[in-house]
Design a protein around this ligand. Structure first.
Ligand SMILES: NC(=O)c1ccc[n+]([C@@H]2O[C@H](COP(=O)([O-])OP(=O)(O)OC[C@H]3O[C@@H](n4cnc5c(N)ncnc54)[C@H](O)[C@@H]3O)[C@@H](O)[C@H]2O)c1
Length: 450
């Protein structure tokens, strides 16, 4: 623990806000800054701009203790602290390259405001060699001969369990090129009692891209295996379980379904492929990972069409919009691409999600219907597609569901209902990577209401 040290975090999004709140919680004096003044106003008024379990409490507690403040002034953030985390977005450009303009902008502004030594820490996910570019930018804009360090400290938190992930990480990666930076960061993280891996800056940057790409590869691998399972009538979950007991493989990230999504995996895989290309290496393995993932989205459409044939004018209900449970984030969510495909087919779409509807509405506007109740969403639907395994979708009254749907037809993108014998209740039930009893309703006109 470093006594009497302040911390500034630039960017109050999913990562910045959690970083700031957690560092305040372990006892540091934290100033979180964002250019979005409406966000700062909300935070000042005690509102949390994102849905993340536990975040509201930890923000409130630390604001009350006077350890957490918010500001829209970058200059104030620079003057506040020796350690400045950059946690702004690094969204993908059309060609997959990471857009680093927000990082560059912050580095430039820090340089212009600095009066003495600062440690600038990349918390955002950035391609390898970004640290050099940040240092170069700082040198260009610094007014006087002021010393600074750049460090890389990639974040591995997962939305939905972000607070716990931050406070109890598997490891903390610290990429530095000076003893001073190493000392500041390792001491800063001392209260977390976590394994700290100290590397050079480039290796730290690579650890983040390589980790996310490896996890994405695991998901695409099991999705590829799931196609073989369907062809021979094997069960991908049993295969994954049998593989997962092998410690070298591990059980996580071996769930077949609609593919990986979210604000990190798709963009980080793209950015890693892109930076590899720039550096002269054709990362064909990752290109295949990306291709298999895109195919899983189209496979959802194929599964729906295998039963319904033509989708024009048919009602498709979707349960879940966020890319995973316990978050309202729809960036890169599989459902976004799937809805786009369904819209092209002329389907009428109704979506229910416990938290993410307003964010989904920002993407689709009035092109689809947003429904505030899971049963209301499926009324008269020809199909319900389960996209996100929120807890409330685990508890379903299937008799009621069958009564209110037009056709008792479920496509289960998360293999949630497989063991429930839904076929016996008269459903056409389509999972992923398992034997499919039938794509079609047995009796002609087996309309659930008839
Ligand atoms: N979301 C995750 O689960 C996660 C996990 C690990 C790493 N990351 C990485 O962390 C970074 C941030 O991700 P996020 O999900 O928090 O993004 P986000 O979009 O939720 O938040 C980014 C914030 O930065 C602010 N911002 C942009 N330009 C700014 C500027 N010049 N000055 C101050 N603030 C500015 C935005 O207004 C926004 O509030 C990304 O690089 C992402 O890849 C994200």
């Amino acid at each position: 623990m470093i006594d009497n040290i302040n911390v500034s975090v630039i960017g109050c999004g999913y990562v910045g806000l959690v970083t700031g709140a957690c560092l305040a919680d372990v006892g540091y004096n934290v100033l979180c800054m964002d250019v979005d003044e409406s966000k700062i106003k909300m935070l000042d008024e005690g509102e949390i701009p994102i849905y993340e379990p536990g975040l509201e409490d930890i923000v409130k507690k630390n604001k009350e203790k006077g350890r957490l403040r918010f500001s829209s002034s970058l200059e104030e953030a620079v003057l506040h602290s020796v350690i400045i985390f950059i946690a702004v977005g690094t969204p993908p450009k059309e060609n997959g390259e990471a857009d680093l303009s927000y990082v560059e902008n912050v580095a430039r502004q820090i340089a212009l405001s600095m009066k003495d030594y600062r440690l600038i820490v990349e918390k955002s996910t950035v391609p390898v060699e970004t640290g050099e570019k940040v240092a170069q930018t700082m040198n260009l804009y610094i007014k006087k001969d002021i010393d600074f360090d750049v460090a890389s400290n990639p974040e591995f938190l997962r939305e939905g369990s972000a607070i716990n992930d931050f406070l109890h990480p598997d490891r903390i990666v610290v990429g530095v090129d000076s003893d001073k930076a190493k000392d500041l960061l390792t001491r800063l993280y001392e209260p977390l009692n976590a394994e700290i891996i100290v590397t050079d800056i480039k290796s730290a940057e690579l650890i983040k891209h390589a980790s996310n790409s490896f996890l994405a590869a695991k998901i695409s691998f099991i999705n590829a295996v799931s196609h073989i399972c369907e062809k021979v009538g094997a069960d991908v979950e049993k295969v994954a379980e049998g593989m997962g007991w092998d410690k070298r493989i591990g059980k996580d990230f071996l769930r077949a379904g609609i593919g990986y999504g979210g604000s990190c995996f798709p963009k980080d895989v793209d950015a890693f492929i892109h930076i590899s290309e720039v550096l002269g290496y054709d990362f064909t393995l990752l290109k295949e990972v990306r291709k298999i993932n895109a195919e899983q989205r189209r496979y959802v459409l194929e599964k729906i069409k295998n039963t319904l044939w033509i989708l024009k004018g048919k009602k498709i209900a979707i349960w879940g919009a966020s890319f995973k449970p316990d978050t309202d984030d729809v960036r890169g969510a599989p459902v976004v691409e799937i809805i786009e495909l369904l819209i092209k087919e002329g389907a009428n779409i109704s979506v229910y999600d416990p938290q993410a509807l307003s964010k989904l509405e920002l993407v689709f506007g009035d092109k689809i219907n947003y429904v505030l109740d899971k049963y209301q969403a499926v009324e008269d639907a020809d199909c319900v597609f389960l996209a996100t395994e929120w807890d409330e979708f685990k508890d379903v009254d299937f008799v009621k569901l069958k009564k209110i749907m037009h056709l008792a037809f479920i496509v289960d993108g998360r293999n949630l209902y497989h063991s429930m014998g839904l076929e016996k209740l008269g459903f056409v039930y389509i999972p992923f990577g398992k034997s499919i009893k039938s794509h079609v309703f047995k009796k002609r006109g087996n309309d659930s209401r008839s």
